[in-house]
Design a protein around this ligand. Sequence first.
Ligand SMILES: Cc1cc2nc3c(=O)[nH]c(=O)nc-3n(C[C@H](O)[C@H](O)[C@H](O)COP(=O)(O)OP(=O)(O)OC[C@H]3O[C@@H](n4cnc5c(N)ncnc54)[C@H](O)[C@@H]3O)c2cc1C
Length: 288
Amino acid sequence: MKIKENVILAPFTTFKVGGSADFYCRPENYEEIREAILFAKDNGLKTFKLGGGSNVLISENGFRGLVIHLASFDKIKIEDCKIITGPSLAVDTLAEKAAINSLSGLEFAGGLPGSIGGAVYMNARAYGDSFENIVESLGIIKSDGNLKELSVEELNYSYKSSSLMNTDNIIIKIVLKLKPGLKKDILNKTQTNKEKRINNGQFIFPNAGCIFKNNYDIGIPSGKIIDELGLRGTSIGGAMVFEKHGNFIVNKGNATADDIRELVEFVKKTVLEKKSITLEEEIRYVGF
Ligand SMILES: Cc1cc2nc3c(=O)[nH]c(=O)nc-3n(C[C@H](O)[C@H](O)[C@H](O)COP(=O)(O)OP(=O)(O)OC[C@H]3O[C@@H](n4cnc5c(N)ncnc54)[C@H](O)[C@@H]3O)c2cc1C
């Protein structure tokens, strides 16, 4: 496998910002993932696993290490009510495939950006449903290069969190357990959820979805807290708090990663000062 040097990462992210990775590879099979892990070990490099790039903010200075881009693992198999897939399959495509096969459980993910690997890693959720409700097990490659199966119980799923976060494990197989249903209804619900996202303007400007997690103890969504402070439309450089959704920061076209990071910090500081609430980022920082 070719390991490239100085690869610009911005095009691989939905924010469309970020500098270069010192080293970058796009493995196409399990052996190549092992090769990448070994390369990093031999050269004392940190690694970062990149999926669809829809939940990351990559620094302007890029990443000092090896980016392992999981972009070539999109094989899918459907066995009765189970879907077995590689991590690179787009969540939206997966939701559509489930619907076409009369399988219910993925309707909430209609139109959700990113790959299924990233979605099960961080327990993505929408419309009151989340991946923890449909994951049966995952296949991972551990940092020693060995394969392991993890049951859903071992993933310790909770709100936007799993036991995989902050580990070096690479998800290479996802097994989802769905339920049989009426194709027409499933297709309809999946499509409606996708259209809601389009109508909310989520795809007008490059962004990474919600910046902050919701704190259910407070009971007010983070977006609403930001709205109440009149922060919609606030800009730093090319980054702006989205006018249609307070929890989105968008790249108006010429934003840098630093603009976005600065605006995130400004929103956090304002919310803390004015409401005594500490917002916690949902997006993952890379290379900061
Ligand atoms: C317009 C828009 C709307 C969004 N709406 C929502 C929403 O409603 N709900 C929601 O939860 N999210 C939302 N998001 C965020 C994003 O879609 C999800 O978090 C998505 O699941 C991330 O997947 P990804 O492949 O893009 O992950 P990436 O951004 O590539 O990575 C995210 C994290 O997952 C890790 N990762 C990715 N693939 C693997 C793998 N194979 N093995 C190990 N680790 C891996 C990465 O290392 C990183 O830490 C939205 C994003 C956008 C742009």
